[in-house]
Design a protein around this ligand. Sequence first.
Ligand SMILES: NC(=O)c1ccc[n+]([C@@H]2O[C@H](COP(=O)([O-])OP(=O)(O)OC[C@H]3O[C@@H](n4cnc5c(N)ncnc54)[C@H](O)[C@@H]3O)[C@@H](O)[C@H]2O)c1
Ligand SMILES: *[C@@H]1O[C@H](CO)[C@@H](O)[C@H](O)[C@H]1NC(C)=O
Ligand SMILES: *[C@@H]1O[C@H](CO)[C@@H](O)[C@H](O)[C@H]1NC(C)=O
Ligand SMILES: *[C@@H]1O[C@H](CO)[C@@H](O)[C@H](O)[C@H]1NC(C)=O
Ligand SMILES: *[C@@H]1O[C@H](CO)[C@@H](O)[C@H](O)[C@H]1NC(C)=O
Ligand SMILES: CC(=O)N[C@H]1CO[C@H](CO)[C@@H](O)[C@@H]1O
Length: 333
Amino acid sequence: MSEPIRVVVTGAAGNIAYSLLFSIAKGDVFGKDQPIILLLLDITPMLTVLNGVVMELQDCALPLLKEIIATDKLDVAFQDVDVAILVGSMPRREGMERKDLLQANVTIFKSQGAALDMHAKKTVKVLVVGNPANTNCLIAAKFAPSIPKENFSCLTRLDHNRARSQVAMHCGVPATHVKNVIIWGNHSSTQYPDVHHCLVNVSGSDLPCFDAVKNDSWLKGDFITMVQQRGAAVIKARKLSSAMSAAKAICDHMRDIWFGTPEGEFISMGVYSSDNSYKVPDDLIYSFPVQIKDKSWKIVDGLAVSDFSQSKMDATAAELVEERDTALGLVGT
Ligand SMILES: NC(=O)c1ccc[n+]([C@@H]2O[C@H](COP(=O)([O-])OP(=O)(O)OC[C@H]3O[C@@H](n4cnc5c(N)ncnc54)[C@H](O)[C@@H]3O)[C@@H](O)[C@H]2O)c1
Ligand SMILES: *[C@@H]1O[C@H](CO)[C@@H](O)[C@H](O)[C@H]1NC(C)=O
Ligand SMILES: *[C@@H]1O[C@H](CO)[C@@H](O)[C@H](O)[C@H]1NC(C)=O
Ligand SMILES: *[C@@H]1O[C@H](CO)[C@@H](O)[C@H](O)[C@H]1NC(C)=O
Ligand SMILES: *[C@@H]1O[C@H](CO)[C@@H](O)[C@H](O)[C@H]1NC(C)=O
Ligand SMILES: CC(=O)N[C@H]1CO[C@H](CO)[C@@H](O)[C@@H]1O
């Protein structure tokens, strides 16, 4: 057995973490022979609840889980971590304006970025889930200048999985037979779920998605809005935001960072833009199609982009530019 790795999860007393921690601790992400030390961060008023989560993890009697450290202190939580999954963010309260929420959220990610900079391993892989995920991720990266920006990513894998599953259900095939959907941009209702490069395995051979689905108006209309608004639909039905599916997507995302993406396939994640790929402005965390090998990602280049697609990709980029500039003003850089 190898040395244990140290994995911190923030918002550890919350909804998503309740599903996520079990999957990580039983080996779904880092493999069945990788021992794990879990560091669990939440805010002081949640420590009692967090202690209940710790008891349940102990009661799972899992062989890979070597130690659990629950804390409300950033320096303890981020000490020597190999992986940081930042789930916790500021819950919306009655009467809070959008700007107040953004202020509250970016303040959290500024201090967590600074703590990563001081205490984490320089090779740490940081995944930001808490909303607004793209902008929070950018802020954390900016306040951790000693860690490469490439090591920061934000979650759009849930949107990716939603798109994949909708196409699969439409074609009557398992979700694993649908590959290379793309989520472009912000993790919000302006994201662009793109199936122009998606392939569907129908009776043994890969068909372009449009040929497999045989309903262009659905793919260019209702399919896109359904994926964009799926989060809101889940909240409306469940009175809580997506948690089981978010945890599954976090596991998929981190497993791909750790072990790489399958040959010939790409997945979606929010990563740092720095080479104007697909005309996306630099210095954003923007969701792109990426392939991962040896724990490094690369944006898939050379994909043909129609005018229809480019306009949607530009719109979600514009939203992120605006949010970044507001956020940077709020944290004072
Ligand atoms: N990117 C995505 O695809 C995606 C999907 C679903 C949810 N989300 C977001 O994930 C976040 C968490 O969702 P949830 O359902 O688990 O929420 P939740 O409210 O159940 O849990 C959040 C937890 O974070 C904690 N927290 C708040 N501030 C913190 C801080 N400064 N440090 C550490 N912990 C802190 C809270 O105390 C709480 O226990 C939300 O922002 C949600 O919008 C993102
Ligand atoms: C800040 O986080 C809360 C809780 O996750 C979220 O509801 C809110 O929309 C976020 N703020 C912004 C500006 O997105
Ligand atoms: C970008 O997406 C986030 C959710 O991650 C959302 O809270 C935010 O409002 C969006 N940005 C803008 C400027 O609308
Ligand atoms: C498609 O799926 C079948 C199993 O149903 C598998 O045998 C085949 O190899 C797959 N084809 C491709 C191109 O992935
Ligand atoms: C295509 O999808 C739309 C929904 O977007 C549906 O109303 C229509 O019946 C579908 N057409 C065919 C031929 O299945
Ligand atoms: C995912 C990723 O980009 N990881 C990189 C993090 O930084 C180290 C250097 O500190 C690189 O070796 C990794 O490839």
